[in-house]
Each structure stands twice: as C-alpha cells, then as structure tokens.
Write a protein that binds this ligand. Structure first.
Ligand SMILES: [Zn+2]
Length: 306
C-alpha cells in the first residue's frame, strides 16, 4: 500500500513536488502513516473512536504492524465488532481528505470525515443486507437500520430529495416535514430550471428549510440521502463550485436563530421525499405547497411510522 500511494514525500523523491510536508498541519513530513494516523488533526479523530486502553499500541506501531494489528484484531468494544470495516473506511476517507486539501484546496473537518465514514458504513451494511435477502439468506426486512425514524421529542424532521430526468428538462425537488410522532405537517414540490442532480438536492434543502422556518420550527433535523450535500453543507465550499451561491444560501438559512441538525439517511429510508421529488418532475415550474398527502404519499408515511 505505502509504495503505491503518492504521498508528498514520495512525490518529492520523484521530483513531482518540492515540498514534502503535510499541508493539513504544515508540520510533519507527509508519509502515508502521517496522513492516516500521525498528523495531529488525524490523531484527534482516531482518539474519538479508539478505546483509551488501546491507544498506546494504536498510536505507536509502525505502518506494517499497525495495518496488520487493525485488520486482524478486534480493537473496539463489543458494539464495535466490525472494527476492520470502520478502520478501512476511515483510512480511505482520510486519504480522500488529504487529496481534497492538496488538489482542491478544501478544508475538511474531522466531524465531516467521521460522518462520511458512518454514511459509507451504513451504505455498505445495507448493500450487504439486501444482497442476503435477495439470496434468501435472511427473511427479515433488509433495511432495518435504514428505515425512517421519528425525530426526538420536541423536534421536527425535514426530509428532502432532488430528482433529475434526462427525459424532462429542468430539475425537481421535494420535501416533507413531520413531527415527533411521524405525523405529516407540510410538504412541497418544486420544479426548477436546468441544473445537476446536486443542484436539485440543494434546492430541496433550501426550500424545505425555508418552509420549516416559516412554520415556526425551532429544532429541526434535516435528513438527506446525499453524502455530497452533507459534505458541502458541513465544510466550506470551494470558491469555484458551480452551486456556490445556492450552497451559501442554504448555509445562511441554517445559521438563523434555530437548531438544525443535518443527518444522513439511506435512499430506502427517504422514500417520502423521493416520491415528492419524482412527482415534481412533471409539475408546473415553481414551488407548490402540499397541505395534505395524496394516497401514494399517505401509504409511504404509514409505512415509515412502522
Ligand atoms: Zn499533518
């Protein structure tokens, strides 16, 4: 592994760069172990997930033994039985963070890395479960961890989604606001001008947030199934991003005087918003408020409430 990835130290040796130092901390020489463990910022991240009793071993092994140790041993507590998976996914995201820092000049926080790790893990587990069900290995519902859940007491939840079809011009988005019991409060459909799938997702967030704000919500969980959107909203978007203005607008609404938690949900748990977004593809341009669910949506809502 360490011979294949081009760290700054090896880029230097090959004459591809004249700076071998780490651009995240500007201190250490950027070899692979520095990127995925020893950078102070990265150590801080690991400290949050590695049990304290194992920290000394974890933070002192050399690259090869460290890899072997993590991939062979169960480092974590009982709840963390699949450490191997968490470890591998975390390393992969740390490597991606390093690339974004160097090549895109983006700053990505530990929190963002951790939530991406969790989202990836969630997707992998779902895929595995679905595969098992398809093969008749398990007869229970595949998506136990992927179902929609009501927000905590006192909170409302907004689910949004975007839709895009090569068959109909323009983008579409939809969203739904539900209370702590999973009951329908409001929903919307939106048909907009051209843009990418990501533009559609962002429009969904923006309009949904504005709707929830206008409804007087004080504590809101915003749930989206796009990890790209989560990443964009949690870190500073690059100056050159084509949706930069939209991103800034969404962030400005989030920053108003209320509590907004952004969460990731699998696509299979986000069917209500997905349905609204898809329906919007054939809607008239503009924003349409939905004050009562139609039959199709009502069925999904009932399903979500379990
Ligand atoms: Zn560093």
């Amino acid at each position: 592994m360490h011979n294949r990835l081009l760290t700054n130290v090896s880029r230097c040796k090959r004459g591809l760069s004249d700076n071998g130092s780490c651009q995240i901390c500007n201190m250490g020489q950027e070899n692979l172990l520095h990127v995925i463990r020893d950078c102070p910022e990265t150590l801080e991240l690991w400290r949050q997930i590695v049990p304290r009793s194992l920290w000394r071993t974890f933070s002192s092994l050399t690259l090869d033994s460290w890899m072997r140790w993590n991939l062979n041993y169960r480092v974590g507590s009982k709840q963390e039985e699949d450490w191997k998976q968490v470890f591998a996914i975390t390393c992969w995201w740390l490597w991606r963070r390093r690339n974004s820092t160097i090549f895109e000049n983006k700053k990505i926080s530990n929190l963002t890395v951790l939530s991406s790790v969790m989202a990836t893990r969630c997707c992998l587990n779902e895929a595995r479960d679905r595969f098992r069900v398809m093969n008749g290995l398990e007869r229970t519902t595949a998506t136990a961890g992927a179902l929609w859940k009501s927000p905590p007491p006192g909170w409302v939840k907004l689910n949004t989604d975007g839709a895009f079809s090569p068959l109909s011009p323009g983008i579409a988005a939809g969203g739904i606001v539900r209370d702590e019991h999973g009951a329908f409060l409001r929903a919307f459909c939106f048909k907009g001008a051209e843009g990418s799938n990501l533009t559609a997702e962002l429009w969904g967030c923006l309009l949904g947030l504005k709707l929830a704000w206008d409804m007087g919500c004080k504590c809101l969980v915003l749930e989206v199934d796009s990890t790209d959107v989560m990443e964009l909203l949690r870190c500073s978007a690059s100056e050159t991003h084509e949706d930069r203005q939209l991103i800034e607008e969404v962030k400005a609404v989030i920053a108003r005087n209320w509590k907004v938690e952004i969460q990731h949900i699998s696509r299979w748990g986000n069917t209500a918003a997905d349905q609204l977004a898809k329906a919007s593809l054939s809607a008239m341009p503009g924003f349409h408020l939905v004050t009562a669910p139609d039959t199709a949506l009502a069925r999904i809502l009932e399903n979500d409430r379990g």
